[in-house]
Design a protein around this ligand. Structure first.
Ligand SMILES: CN(C)C(=N)NCCC[C@H](N)C(=O)O
Length: 264
């Protein structure tokens, strides 16, 4: 199994993260104060995503990365390989995403003099507390909603990228840097717009029972969210998700493509 796609995914995920940092800082208060935890986690998840995607395409089409411009895979194969990558990455992402959401929703992000101290002191403390209170399964709370969010939307992510690259590039040639940046950026936006409704539900499931009412499951969460807040609830956060998605994914795809070209 070729591993260079995993390594390129790792490095490009870390580079994308650096660009997304200001947006995540706005969203997450203390979570991205230090960079080491997010770099390690997001780089690992991106490595799984790109490595599984590329190896699934190899299994489906028998073409390696370097042959794919001369023999482009069908969009159906790109979609299936993307969904496979999204499905597997969801299980690696689940515990990190849970920690992120728990810290993001903490109302007392930092210890204040004389005030109430935060429930979680940082990502490691958050992981340890969840593990102690709820066991290892607790770290996977919301994983189903995350899987439903990521499986189709990562398929959409890679199809959008491929469609835009092929539209703007002469046959059998590699896309230019500008094309990769624009195609990567729009792939990020499209996939995040599609992912936002389930992203809202996923975050509510991850916080379920802590502050707000306990839902009976994902469907109950969807129905009661719509009943209480209307259909607009499914688009909460779509603007910031999209604003972050363009630069992050433009840089992720550019570095991924160039690393693989450089390694031959
Ligand atoms: C849930 N969605 C839309 C995705 N997982 N999309 C693919 C990768 C996104 C990239 N790591 C990012 O953080 O924007």
């Amino acid at each position: 199994m070729p591993v260079e796609e995993f390594v390129a995914g790792w490095i490009s995920g870390a580079l994308g993260l650096v660009l997304g940092h200001p947006f995540d800082t706005v969203k997450l208060l203390g979570f991205f104060k230090g960079m080491s935890f997010p770099i390690a986690s997001i780089a690992l998840v991106n490595s799984v995503l790109f490595g599984v995607y590329s190896n699934s395409l190899l299994a489906l089409t028998a073409t390696a990365h370097r042959e794919r411009r001369a023999q482009p895979p069908s969009y159906t194969h790109v979609f299936i390989a993307g969904c496979t990558g999204g499905f597997l990455q969801a299980y690696f992402l689940a515990p990190f995403d849970l920690i992120k959401v728990r810290l993001q929703n903490q109302t007392e992000p930092r210890a204040q003099l004389g005030g109430s101290s935060p429930q979680y002191r940082g990502p490691m403390h958050c992981a340890a507390s969840i593990f102690q209170k709820e066991g290892p399964r607790g770290l996977f709370r919301g994983a189903w909603a995350l899987t439903l969010r990521d499986t189709p939307t990562v398929g959409i992510y890679f199809v959008t990228y491929e469609v835009l690259c092929r539209q703007c590039t002469p046959e059998r040639q590699n896309p230019s840097s500008a094309t990769v940046l624009v195609a990567g950026g729009f792939a990020g936006i499209t996939s995040w717009v599609a992912a936002t409704p389930l992203d809202v539900i996923k975050s509510r499931m991850q916080m379920d029972g802590l502050k707000r009412r306990a839902y009976q499951g994902m469907l109950d969460c969807m129905v009661s969210s719509v009943q209480q807040e209307g259909l607009g609830v499914f688009f909460r956060g779509v603007t910031i998700n999209s604003a972050r998605a363009f630069p992050v994914n433009a840089v992720t795809f550019l570095s991924y493509e160039y690393l693989l070209r450089w390694w031959g």
